[in-house]
Design a protein around this ligand. Structure first.
Ligand SMILES: CC(C)(COP(=O)(O)OP(=O)(O)OC[C@H]1O[C@@H](n2cnc3c(N)ncnc32)[C@H](O)[C@@H]1OP(=O)(O)O)[C@@H](O)C(=O)NCCC(=O)NCCS
Length: 203
């Protein structure tokens, strides 16, 4: 792997019909963005949408995640690369899409789709949207809308039977525009553990 390695194969973008996005965007065109002809989307203004790359550590990927929640000072290059390799080794499971500002070589938006493989529903899979964030100096320009819209389409494309996310009340209108809704008699329940895991991951 080198710094141009994508988390997932960008060839999947060739098979997605972006006419099926919920909203229309001024510029949203399939293009080849990587050094080896990897696919992404030109969003205009030197912004591209593409899979996370190993080299995005140096383009501020963790800094943008830190605008969403705690990342931790311990996540240095080695830990980032180890986690990247682990995710990449799980085929069809981790889709992290970023927006790069090519002028600044900086990641300005990110969203994760986790595709959880199931035995139920005919050995189907369900999607979870996680870690949606747009750099605070780029907010209000429809980038959040665009990346979420795209991930909803990608989740359908890869065959998820359902897609869910967790958000604060104030963001319900934002997500409901794509079709997310509270379901009757369903509760999101959670336990938070303060301590570090006893079983170390392979990082
Ligand atoms: C939420 C977030 C990703 C939206 O990104 P963005 O690029 O600023 O959003 P957009 O420009 O696409 O906004 C789309 C719409 O959502 C609304 N919206 C955006 N952020 C919102 C917020 N925090 N609360 C309420 N509405 C919001 C906008 O008003 C806009 O509405 P409109 O279409 O009627 O004009 C961004 O504010 C962000 O990164 N926030 C911090 C991290 C976070 O909270 N992530 C979500 C975790 S669930």
């Amino acid at each position: 792997m080198d710094e141009s390695t994508n988390l997932f194969d960008s060839a999947i973008f060739q098979t997605i019909n972006i006419k099926n996005l919920t909203f229309k965007y001024d510029t949203f065109e399939l293009t080849q963005t990587g050094p080896n002809g990897e696919y992404g989307y030109d969003l205009g203004d030197q912004l591209v949408l593409r899979p996370l790359r190993l080299g995005d550590f140096d383009r501020g990927f963790l800094k943008i995640l830190a605008q969403l929640t705690v990342v931790g000072d311990d996540v240095k290059r080695e830990k980032f690369e180890s986690r990247f390799r682990m995710m990449k080794s799980c085929p069809n499971s981790y889709y992290i899409v970023v927006v790069e500002d090519l002028k600044l070589k900086k990641i300005v938006g990110s969203i994760t789709l986790v595709n959880e493989q199931k035995f139920i529903r005919h050995a189907s899979s369900r999607g979870r949207i996680e870690d949606v964030v747009v750099d605070d100096t780029y907010r209000g320009k429809r980038l959040g809308k665009l990346i979420t819209d795209f991930m909803v389409l990608l989740s359908k494309h890869i065959g998820c039977y359902k897609l869910s996310l967790e958000c604060e009340d104030k963001l319900r209108p934002f997500y409901s525009q794509f079709g997310f809704a509270l379901e009757n008699n369903q509760n999101f329940m959670c336990i938070r553990f303060a301590s570090q895991p006893l079983v170390k991951s392979n990082m």
